[in-house]
Design a protein around this ligand. Structure first.
Ligand code: BG6
Length: 279
């Protein structure tokens, strides 16, 4: 069952329930903010102080970073992570498949507003497949007459029992750019988090695994050669109005990305798909 719903303030979302799972997708940002396989706990973390309001990104779930990841190098005054997460997308396809999974496709195309921030015409779609695994595919088409550079991410917030109980495997021995000091390092062993972490890993293994005392989640990616690992820790979360002080303890972001040197050049008419499969 796929239903279009809205909050009392008019905030629109799509609610999905099928034999496998539940999901909720906001039209603003094509933002998946709930996904839960039946008889399991929610996969995605959602801040208890998250905004569900026009023009404000939701803290949690899977924000779409597009058409740039992080700060725009040429102009850091532009919105961090681009404008897609605060733009209103359109649902262009809703289907229940024969195997009882559900498929929703949302679309965002360039407009007068987006051209003011990024002077290119484009089309971007997000396909979300809700089954006993979650699949998300972000496909960008350059509809302009000039090439553009694309960086993007499926900024997935995973719900965890406690930050001290998790480890991340699949990035051992990989180079990463540390956003906190602007330097590059090599990852020694699996990742355990003991302080603020904000890193872009390059050439990740085909799958990255998050192990928690209560569960194991595997993330596979296609069309991506970078994975971002982020946790703001206490001090930064205290500064974030849409996150409770202890919020950092129950979340970790592992983001399938085209970030940093993994940005892609798209010529006119070219298309690129960034895909994540999570189980
Ligand atoms: C991460 C970035 O992907 O997103 C961090 O690497 C950033 O630098 C974080 O702080 C959250 O960003 P925002 O804009 O949602 O607060």
């Amino acid at each position: 069952m796929i239903r279009e719903k809205q909050l009392t303030n008019g905030f629109q979302y799509v609610e999905i329930e099928n034999s496998y799972a539940y999901a909720k997708i906001a039209l603003q940002g094509a933002h998946l903010f709930h996904y839960q396989v039946k008889e399991k706990t929610p996969l995605l973390w959602l801040s208890q102080a998250a905004y569900f309001e026009e023009g404000k990104a939701i803290r949690g779930g899977v924000p779409i970073c597009f058409p740039w990841f992080g700060k725009k190098r040429e102009d850091p005054t532009l919105p961090q992570h681009g404008f897609a997460r605060t733009s209103l997308w359109r649902v262009i396809l809703e289907e229940e498949l024969d195997d009882e999974s559900s498929h929703v496709r949302l679309e965002l195309v360039s407009s007068k507003e987006t051209l003011k921030l990024w002077n290119y015409t484009f089309k971007v779609t997000l396909d979300i497949l809700v089954s006993n695994q979650l699949t998300m595919a972000l496909t960008t088409t350059n509809t302009d007459t000039k090439p553009f550079e694309l960086s993007c991410a499926l900024h997935t917030y995973f719900a965890i029992s406690h930050i001290e109980h998790v480890s991340i495997e699949g990035l051992e021995g990989k180079q990463y750019y540390n956003n906190l000091d602007g330097k590059s390092y090599r990852q020694e062993g699996k990742i355990v988090l003991k302080e603020e972490v904000d890193r872009v890993y390059f050439e990740p293994s085909k799958s990255v695994t998050l192990s928690d005392s209560q569960k194991k989640v595997t993330l596979r990616h296609e069309g991506s050669n970078s994975v971002v690992v982020w946790n703001p820790w206490l001090e930064k979360s205290q500064k974030m109005v849409d996150m409770l002080d202890g919020g950092y303890e129950t979340m970790v972001c592992i983001e399938s990305a085209n970030a940093g040197e993994d940005a892609r050049m798209l010529k006119p008419g070219e298309r690129h798909t960034l895909k994540a499969m999570i189980v």
